[in-house]
Design a protein around this ligand. Structure first.
Ligand code: BT5
Length: 264
């Protein structure tokens, strides 16, 4: 198995723009934090930041992303998209679609859980965190952050993730074997560029369509917790702005922009 280094990643890329500049660190607070700093200082669209481990890996809403060393992927991608800040879910959706593609390449069928999780057998395999700097309504730059549990065994998951281990899984657990981290990461970056280019040609609508096809929640009864409020209903689809449509028992359809969702 090849060692994860910037050089090894670069030589496996088939991209035109993404990963022309790859930064690799043994340890960072958060790859998103580093990528944000690089973007603030002018890093080009497509710049990639990778780390072996993160001491302050972050999830949404101040949550933590547990980031053990030696087996996983912690990747951030600097983007300079010509979009409005309210269209930001697009970036998370492109990441999730590319993640399902990369997982499929190694033989893992993953489903997407709105808004940013990749699940296998109901357990979390990967998460996406998109963070933005905007200038008025427009996005100045964005950082797409991706964490994948790749080669953690069940024993490692239990040891490293503690309380949350039962809700987490890895590619290795799903497959019963290790996968090459360099190959997986390079393929993920290739897929990210392919999906991003597809978006540039075919638009947000196409991304939404692909995303809806991969979402494992649609048609199911769910509870959404958003801003401390709970909403129960049937997940319908995601609309053209990335909002989740929930049909309540009384037939009213609510549109949710951000939150957490569980099957009920
Ligand atoms: C996410 O947030 O799922 C976004 C995760 C993004 C992580 C990447 S790693 C590279 C980049 N740099 C960063 O600092 N972050 C990004 P959210 O939906 O809020 O989920 C967070 C929740 O997932 C936590 O509260 C835990 O319950 C669970 N969790 C934490 N670490 C996990 C892991 N390694 N595997 C599975 N679940 C985990």
């Amino acid at each position: 198995m090849a060692v994860l280094t910037a050089q090894n990643i670069s030589s496996n890329l088939k991209t035109k723009v993404f990963g022309k500049k790859v930064y690799f660190f043994e340890e960072v607070g958060s790859t998103n934090e580093v990528a944000f700093e690089l973007a603030r200082n002018g890093a080009v669209h497509g710049t990639i930041v990778l780390a072996e481990t993160q001491t302050k890996g972050r999830g949404r809403m101040g949550r933590r992303w547990v980031s053990p060393s030696g087996a996983n992927i912690y990747l951030s991608l600097v983007l300079r998209p010509n979009i409005e800040a309210k269209a930001a879910p697009l970036i998370t959706f492109i990441a999730s679609i590319a993640l399902t593609d990369a997982a499929k390449t190694v033989g893992v069928e993953a489903g997407i859980k709105w808004p940013n999780d990749l699940l296998v057998n109901g357990k979390k395999l990967a998460g996406v965190l998109t963070e933005l700097e905007s200038d008025g309504d427009k996005v100045k730059y964005a950082v797409m952050g991706i964490g994948v549990n790749l080669n953690l065994t069940r024993e490692m998951l239990d040891r490293e993730l503690g309380d949350i281990a039962a809700d987490a899984t890895s590619v290795r657990e799903a497959l019963g074997r290790e996968v090459d981290r360099v190959d997986f990461t390079a393929n993920l970056i290739n897929e990210l560029e392919r999906r991003y280019e597809e978006y540039l040609v075919l638009g947000f609508k196409h991304v939404i369509k692909e995303w809806n096809e991969r979402c494992s929640m649609m048609g199911k009864k769910v509870e959404v917790i958003a801003e401390g409020k709970s909403l129960i209903g049937t997940a319908q689809s995601v609309d053209s702005m990335g909002r989740l449509l929930i049909r309540r028992k009384d037939g009213v359809v609510e549109r949710v922009i951000a939150g957490d969702i569980v099957l009920v």
